[in-house]
Design a protein. Structure first.
Length: 369
C-alpha cells in the first residue's frame, strides 16, 4: 500500500477545508522565515537566505517516503504553497544511521534519540526550517528551542513478524492465538528492539535473540537468505513502502504491545517560528495527537533507560474515551508487567502518568536500572 495523500479519508479532507485561514497565513509564514534569515546573528552558521523553506529528514527510504507524503499533504491543503514551489528537501545522515552497519545495539550507544540528534542541530542552527520524524524515534523531552508542531494521521501501529524459509517449512502453522507457533524450538530471531525481544522471550524463552540493524529492505533480505529464522518490523513502515505483503504475521497489540507512537509521523520546528506552527497546526490529526500525548506521557512517567523494555499503546473508543495500555519488562523476558485503563480523551495525559506510576511502583527496581 502506498502512503500518499490520496489515502485521506473524507472526514480528514473536510476538516482541512474548514480551516482556510491557515492557508492564507502560508505565504506570510514563508516570507517571515526569509526575513528571520536575513536578520540572523553573525554567530549562526552560514546558510542561503530566501525561499524555499527547508525540510530536514533522515536519508533512509522510509524517512524520504514519509517526508514527501507530508509535503504533498501540506501542498494539497494550501495551493498557495504548491504554486510557490516553496519546499526543499534536506536528507541528513544521523548517528543512528551511521551505526547501522556496525551492528551495535541502539540501547548500547544511546538509544533512539540518535536518529534525531543531527536533525535537531540543523534545526537550531537554522540550516533547516522544520523536520519530519517517525515520532517513536523522538525523545519525550525535546531539546530547548524545539517544539512538536503537529502529528499526522496514524498508520497501523502493530508489529509484524517476518518468517524465513525454515519457518515457512515448519509444520507448526500459525494461529491467531499464538503468532509465534511457526517459530521452531531454539530458532534465532533478529531484533534490535529490547521491547520486542522481552515480549517474545516472555512467551517463548526457548528462542535466541540476536541483534539486527539496517533499513526495512536490508532486514527483509537478511531473513530471506537465512541469516535469521525470523525478525520483526513495524507494519506502518512496511505499508508506507508498499511491502505489507512481506508481513508473515501481524501481531495484535494485546499480544505484543507496540512502541509508544509507532506509526505516527511528527513535525518539529523552532519554538520561535510561530507562523510555521500555525500553518502546520492546521493539518494536524487530532486523533493522532491524542494518542501521541497519552503514549508520550506514559513513556515520560516510566522514564526508563534505553535498555528498559517499555511498550505503550492508546486506542480510541466511542464516546470520547481512550484505552491505554502500558508494559514494562526485563530484557530477558523473566519479568513482564502489563496494565490497561480507560479515560476521557481530555484526561489522557493525566491517566497515562498514573498508569506509568503504577507500573513503576510494582516493578522490581532492577528493571529501571
Amino acid at each position: 500500500m502506498e502512503f500518499s495523500v490520496d489515502q485521506l479519508d473524507d472526514g480528514h479532507a473536510a476538516s482541512l477545508a474548514e480551516r482556510p485561514e491557515a492557508c492564507l497565513r502560508a505565504q506570510a509564514a514563508a516570507e517571515a522565515a526569509t526575513t528571520r534569515r536575513a536578520r540572523a546573528a553573525p554567530t549562526v552558521r552560514p546558510h542561503h537566505p530566501g525561499l524555499p523553506l527547508r525540510v530536514g529528514t533522515r536519508a533512509s527510504p522510509l524517512a524520504l517516503v514519509q517526508t514527501r507524503a507530508f509535503l504533498a499533504l501540506l501542498s494539497q491543503f494550501c495551493p498557495v504553497l504548491r504554486g510557490m514551489d516553496v519546499f526543499q528537501e534536506h536528507a541528513i545522515r544521523t548517528t543512528g544511521d551511521a551505526t547501522q552497519s556496525t551492528g551495535e545495539r541502539l540501547a548500547d550507544i544511546g538509544g533512539k534519540g540518535l536518529f534525531a540528534k543531527e536533525i535537531h542541530e540543523a534545526l537550531l542552527d537554522r540550516r533547516i526550517d522544520f523536520a519530519v520524524h517517525s515520532l517513536k524515534d523522538l525523545e519525550t523531552e525535546l531539546p530547548p528551542g524545539i517544539v512538536l508542531a503537529c502529528v499526522l494521521k496514524r498508520e497501523d501501529p502493530r508489529d509484524a513478524l517476518i518468517l524465513g524459509p525454515d519457518c515457512e517449512a515448519f509444520d507448526g502453522g500459525v494461529s491467531g492465538d499464538d503468532p509465534y507457533a511457526a517459530l521452531p524450538h531454539g530458532a534465532i530471531v533478529g531484533s534490535s528492539s529490547v521491547r520486542r525481544a522481552a515480549q517474545l522471550l516472555h512467551a517463548r524463552p526457548d528462542l535466541v535473540i540476536q541483534n539486527i540493524r539496517g533499513n526495512v529492505h536490508g532486514r527483509l533480505d537478511k531473513v530471506r537468505r537465512g541469516d535469521f529464522a525470523a525478525s520483526f518490523l513495524a507494519l506502518a513502515g512496511m505499508r508506507r513502502l508498499g511491502l505489507e505483503d512481506e508481513a508473515s504475521v501481524v501481531i495484535d497489540p494485546a499480544v505484543m504491545v507496540p512502541s509508544a507512537c509507532q506509526g505516527i509521523v511528527g513535525i518539529t520546528v523552532r519554538a520561535g517560528d510561530t507562523e510555521l506552527q500555525h500553518l502546520l497546526g492546521a493539518i494536524e490529526d487530532m486523533d493522532a495527537r491524542c494518542m501521541a500525548a497519552g503514549e508520550r506521557a506514559l513513556l515520560a512517567s516510566l522514564d526508563g533507560s534505553c535498555r528498559t523494555p517499555i511498550g505503550g499503546h492508546a486506542r480510541l473508543l466511542p464516546e470520547g474515551r481512550v484505552a491505554l495500555t502500558g508494559l514494562v519488562a526485563r530484557a530477558d523476558g523473566s519479568f513482564l508487567l502489563k496494565r490497561s485503563l480507560e479515560c476521557l480523551r481530555a484526561d489522557v495525559r493525566r491517566a497515562a502518568l498514573e498508569l506509568g506510576d503504577s507500573l513503576r511502583a510494582d516493578s522490581p527496581r532492577d528493571v529501571f536500572a
